[in-house]
Design a protein around this ligand. Structure first.
Ligand SMILES: Cc1cc2nc3c(=O)[nH]c(=O)nc-3n(C[C@H](O)[C@H](O)[C@H](O)COP(=O)(O)O)c2cc1C
Length: 245
């Protein structure tokens, strides 16, 4: 089994980097062959642009079309191809990052934009349980400043998995087909003492050891929708094409 970890934190000695190291070690102990893309250390370019393509493109660039063509003809830039191959080779994708503004750091968002290509990962008709990564698992390991009680129904910031981070769990990992397992979230990370941080690292190690038993977040199944993505029960009510891909 192979796992690929994508890590985004500007500081090599951060708590989030310590969490990444625990994941590397824990997966290794469970027989995974682990690779890591440390995006800041690699100086990864997070900006999608026409320089991503080595073939002539029409301007303004239609990025999803050019990504499909670049994948088919192998004319994507080398940095994208290297990342794509590592993700495709892995049975498990792990993202390790600090929460920035209810989301992932811009560096990691740029990796998503450039690497999770239209073509191998999803296409107009192939997403969720028909996405390119169907049958594989994804795990999010994130640190954040907020306290646990600030998230959830009726809490200050509202629900986490189906609220604040839904764009990552469903809109990114779920869309491309992953079974997204329950995340590990290190709450209040910058403000707790060393002892509490050490406890969180032990809990993370246990979380990783439990990977095969962790709950999988609910995702839509395309079997409930017609070929224009209308719910099957309602598909006879209108013939308008409502798909957006
Ligand atoms: C630009 C920026 C945005 C942040 N946004 C949030 C946020 O939306 N919610 C939150 O709980 N913490 C937020 N934080 C706090 C970080 O998540 C926290 O400092 C980090 O996870 C600590 O991990 P580290 O010690 O590895 O840096 C933010 C921090 C920064 C620098």
């Amino acid at each position: 089994m192979k796992a690929h970890i994508v890590h985004a934190h500007p500081e090599g000695g951060s708590f989030t980097a310590a969490m990444r190291d625990v994941v590397v070690e824990g997966l290794g102990a469970h027989g995974y062959e682990v690779s890591v893309s440390d995006l800041y250390a690699m100086n990864f370019n997070p900006l999608i642009s026409k320089k991503d393509f080595m073939h002539p493109v029409e301007v303004p660039v239609a990025f999803t079309k050019e990504q499909r063509r670049g994948w088919k003809d192998r004319t994507l830039s080398d940095d994208i191809m290297e990342e794509v191959e590592r993700v495709l080779a892995a049975d498990l994708l792990v993202l390790t990052f600090p929460i920035y503004w209810f989301s992932m750091p811009a560096m990691m968002k740029g990796w998503v934009d450039r690497v999770l290509l239209a073509g191998p990962f999803y296409s107009g008709r192939d997403m969720y349980d028909r996405g390119g990564m169907a049958g594989k698992k994804a795990l999010v390991v994130a640190s954040l400043g907020g306290r646990e009680h600030m998230f959830g129904l009726d809490s200050l910031h509202g629900p986490m998995a189906d609220g604040m981070l839904r764009h990552i769990f469903q809109g990114t990992l779920g869309v491309v087909g992953y079974d997204v397992v329950a995340p590990f979230l290190a709450y209040h990370a910058p403000y707790v003492d060393e002892e509490a941080r050490a406890v969180m690292l032990v809990q993370l190690r246990e979380h990783v050891a439990d990977l095969d038993r962790l709950p999988i977040l609910p995702m839509p199944s395309l079997s409930g929708f017609d070929n224009r993505f209308r719910p099957l029960a309602a598909s006879s009510s209108s013939d308008q094409d409502s798909s957006f891909t």
